[in-house]
Design a protein around this ligand. Structure first.
Ligand SMILES: O=C(CO)COP(=O)(O)O
Length: 248
């Protein structure tokens, strides 16, 4: 088995029912593509999006979940509820949640275990800040986040890892191809040490991916796709990225 290729869109807190119009074009593209195509909209849009897709090939995911299945947790959503709404994946540990909600590796590990319990694929996000990059700490930070965030029972079938340097998100800046390759090689080596299926875990790069840089990023070893923010909101921006991954 080789890692499955995945083009994933993270809509963050963007989009509304009118934005559903983008889905039809993405759906056509997903059906033509050999890679998996996933959109993670705000949770409120998961169910209407799944209804719009029908039996089509486009996958839909959440952006966070609570670690418990149910209970007195006002404002939270469980992995089981996301699954019930039609989600297949959940993004966990995004740097915006690590920063805005002080999420720790231990919490992310518990949420990833919850995603697995609910039968969902956990997309665990890791990434260094600019200060950590400048301080030469990148590989140590990534290794510690991976070790701390990966739950028992993780496999290539239920886990995706996304490397997203914090300083590359929404900035138009990306690491050099050597820098991306270095981190992805570390992730592959550590996953292969820890998991029997580590060689087959899908590894995504995220941070200012767009049509003009996608092909060179997808050509790198151990880059099996992308987690795309801004360029996933409009079909016209996302489709060339899907096509670049398909060709890679
Ligand atoms: O955070 C991201 C995806 O999760 C990346 O966002 P941008 O593609 O907008 O830089």
């Amino acid at each position: 088995m080789a890692p499955r290729k995945l083009a994933a869109g993270n809509w963050k807190m963007n989009g509304d029912l009118a934005a559903m119009d983008q889905i039809d074009a993405m759906l056509n593209s997903a059906e033509d593509a050999s890679c998996d195509v996933l959109i993670c909209p705000p949770a409120l849009l998961i169910h209407p999006m799944v209804a719009r897709i029908g039996a089509g090939d486009l996958l839909v995911g959440g952006q966070d979940c609570h670690a418990e299945a149910k209970g007195a947790h006002t404002g939270d959503i469980s992995a089981e509820q996301l699954r019930d709404a039609g989600a297949s994946h959940i993004i966990l540990g995004h740097s915006e949640r690590r920063a805005d909600h002080a999420e720790t590796d231990a919490q992310i590990r518990a949420k990833a275990a919850a995603a697995h319990r609910a039968g969902l694929v956990a997309i665990i996000c890791l990434g260094e800040t600019e200060a950590q990059r400048d301080g030469g700490q990148t590989l140590d930070v990534i290794a510690a986040q991976l070790d701390g965030s990966l739950p028992e029972g993780a496999t290539a079938a239920n886990t995706v890892i996304a490397y997203e340097p914090v300083w590359a998100i929404g900035t138009g800046r990306t690491p050099s191809t050597d820098q991306i390759a270095e981190v992805h090689a570390l992730l592959r080596a550590r996953l292969s040490d820890r998991l029997a299926t580590g060689a087959d875990v899908t590894l995504l790069y995220g941070g200012s991916v767009k049509a003009s840089n996608a092909a060179e990023i997808f050509a790198l070893p151990h880059v099996d796709g992308a987690l795309v923010g801004g360029a996933s909101l409009k079909a016209a921006d996302f489709l060339p990225i899907i096509e670049a991954l398909d060709r890679a």
